[in-house]
Design a binder for this molecule. Sequence first.
Ligand code: ADP
Ligand code: MG
Length: 322
Amino acid sequence: MSQEKPIVVVALGGHAFMRHGKGATHEEHQISAQIISDILMELIERQYNVIVTHGNGPQVGNLLIQNELSQSQVPSQPLDVLVAMTEGSLGYIMQQSLLNELKKRHISRYVVTKITQVIVDEDDQAFKNPTKPIGPFLSEGEAKRRRDELGWNVTEDSGRGWRRIVPSPLPMKVIQRHTIRDAAKQGHIVIAAGGGGIPVVKRKDDDGNTQYHGVEAVIDKDLTSALLAKQVGAELLIILTDVEQVYINYNKENQQPLGALTIEMIEKFQNDGHFAAGSMGPKISAVLNFLKDGGKRALITSPSHLREALAGMTGTHFVGKI
Ligand code: ADP
Ligand code: MG
């Protein structure tokens, strides 16, 4: 019997989908998806079973604007539903472009998108301290009205106006992990955990049965991707973003690219503050979680350098042990 192919989880940053800024049209999404799908074929050619995860920041932001503008006509949707909507819409766009790339190469594989729920802990500190700004800027009066009427948390965002803020709890468990893994093992390309997954909490109902409830929060897509990679037994976690490599002293005169790192080196640079919170920070934490949970290898690079990075010529490579 032929040996089972290793699973790779590849996480796509927002830039992979939104090359032209927030207003990106459907056509622009399609172009971005086609470019990234072509790049991902490298993983198929290298005989991996592939799971794709992706961000959704700009897309969910656009849906929140649609909510704002249409609220006098149609009911607004809660955030967990909006995340689900972006999993569906971006999943469809990726599915179609991946299928088209497979067809160009005469490769016979299926592509499937999983609407993915991710369990978070209701006691997570994040629920007491929401930090993630989402949606459009509001006037101070409007923001405070929403706070009083809808119970929103709102804050003034770096002098630019008022915004809603929501909790960003840690992902605990991917509910669909088994079906995602099984589909990947069958050789289907799986798109999952879009936007970091739909955050749900577990509660007991009156009969003592555990029930899931969607919550108004967002989960970091890099942390969820690492958790998923661990839970499906992936060999490799790839995080594609808009830098070719990770750097120390990033954006300073003495900036230096990192080629290969062990857990100890990652932790040292992390403690020295080289990885900015909210951008590279969560990616590094995700990589660390994956390696410490038994993952073998991780890679951070940009989509356009993936091929070279897989050949060991660029990118930042992370290993549990050397
Ligand atoms: P994504 O949408 O892919 O999650 P982010 O903007 O969240 O992208 O994170 C990638 C960004 O992290 C890079 O564009 C870069 O500006 C920033 N960054 C912060 N610290 C570093 C670092 N040490 N090395 C490389 N990039 C860094
Ligand atoms: Mg990010």
